[in-house]
Design a protein around this ligand. Structure first.
Ligand code: SF4
Length: 357
């Protein structure tokens, strides 16, 4: 294993000084409470800043405190999260808020051991909360920071390996200063997000005089990353069935990827899809539901975890509201309040936009 040159140190003064003048004005940077730091850090995982801003603002309006979040029904929490993806984050925030109320009297705790008791908090978020909210000397190493560290210390190993993550986290811990650890961490994250990006802009970087990758002309070669995740492509024929102004939908089962999220009935099919008559046949066979085809709807792409899904929806009418095991027939008011998975929500929006329902 090639260990990086850790004799050098990140100049925290230079970095923080740069951050104070270059940082973007973001809502969670305006005197945030520990609760606001927690929410923003969770929302920002795997999601771009511009996407997060409106979600964050809506969230704080609806759940201004830990208590408001803990008391809210899960459907409402997921509804506010709708479109942000990785819904387990919202479920963990909800469960975490309940833990904070029950065990910590509604106050976000300030030690690593206590924070570990809160669902969904990993080393990055714990480090971010400790340093940003409580000014504790803890590192917060996300993907952006990994990239900066790998370059600054000319780390030549695959950074997706768990051994690399451990080494880089240790190096980060050794570099977090006693003074203003929160600003240091935020500055590193900001540097990775705005300057030390995939194509680094080294001429603007406050760390350039000490950067090992730049000195060795490796800034475009590093970091080394292993094979990216391979995605599985799925095709689903989706039956949007309306009867007496009600839509047939199913709530995602507990423990499934779509836990608590609503979807229309669908069937896994081959890439070529199936005919609308064959889909009606499946409705009849599986749900004993007689339907009449109304229209083929546009295809929608949908991605989650390691899956890419092409949704092939068709609109049907059924004259009868027949009970279908595991499904519900819901009217407009109920549907408007429920969280849908992102692909099925797009189908729903299309129905509404085209006044098909
Ligand atoms: S000098 Fe370039 S490679 Fe080094 S940390 Fe700055 S932006 Fe990244």
């Amino acid at each position: 294993m090639v260990l990086p040159n850790v004799m050098q140190k990140i100049d925290s003064h230079k970095l923080i000084h740069w951050f104070q003048s270059a940082k973007r004005d973001l809502p969670w940077r305006r005197n945030p409470t520990p609760y606001q730091i927690w929410i923003s850090e969770v929302m920002l995982q795997q999601t771009q800043v511009a996407v997060v801003v409106p979600y964050y603002e809506r969230w704080l309006k609806r759940f201004p405190t830990v208590h408001d979040l803990a008391e809210a029904p899960i459907n409402e929490v997921l509804k506010l999260w709708e479109g942000l993806g990785y819904y387990s984050r919202a479920r963990h925030l909800h469960a975490g808020a309940q833990t904070i109320v029950e065990r910590f009297n509604g106050e976000i705790p300030s030690t690593p051991d206590q924070l570990k008791l809160i669902k969904g908090l990993g080393p990055y978020t714990i480090g971010a909360i400790l340093s940003l909210a409580f000014q504790k000397q803890a590192a917060a190493v996300d993907g952006n920071v990994m990239r900066v560290l790998a370059r600054f210390f000319a780390y030549r190993e695959d950074i997706s390996k768990s051994s690399s993550i451990k080494i880089l986290r240790q190096i980060a811990e050794e570099n977090v200063p006693q003074n203003d650890p929160g600003a240091f961490n935020e500055a590193l994250i900001e540097l990775g997000a705005t300057i030390c990006t995939r194509t680094p802009q080294c001429q603007k970087c406050p760390l350039r005089s000490n950067c090992a990758a730049l000195a060795q002309e490796l800034e475009h070669e590093l970091p080394i990353k292993g094979k990216s995740v391979s995605y599985q492509q799925l095709f689903r024929s989706v039956a949007v069935v309306i009867s007496q102004n009600r839509l047939l939908v199913k709530k995602g089962e507990k423990g499934s990827i779509m836990t608590d999220l609503y979807e229309f009935p669908y069937f896994e099919v081959e890439a070529s899809g199936i005919t609308t008559t064959a889909l009606a046949g499946l409705l009849k066979k599986n749900f004993n539901l007689a339907t009449r085809e109304v229209a083929s709807l546009p295809e929608f792409e949908h991605a989650f975890t390691r899956f890419r899904v092409k949704l092939l929806p068709v609109l049907y009418h059924s004259t009868q509201i027949k009970p279908v095991a595991g499904y519900e027939w819901l009217g407009r008011e109920e549907v408007a309040k429920l969280p849908f998975s992102s692909g099925h929500r797009r189908i729903l929006h299309h129905l509404q936009k085209e006044q098909l329902w």
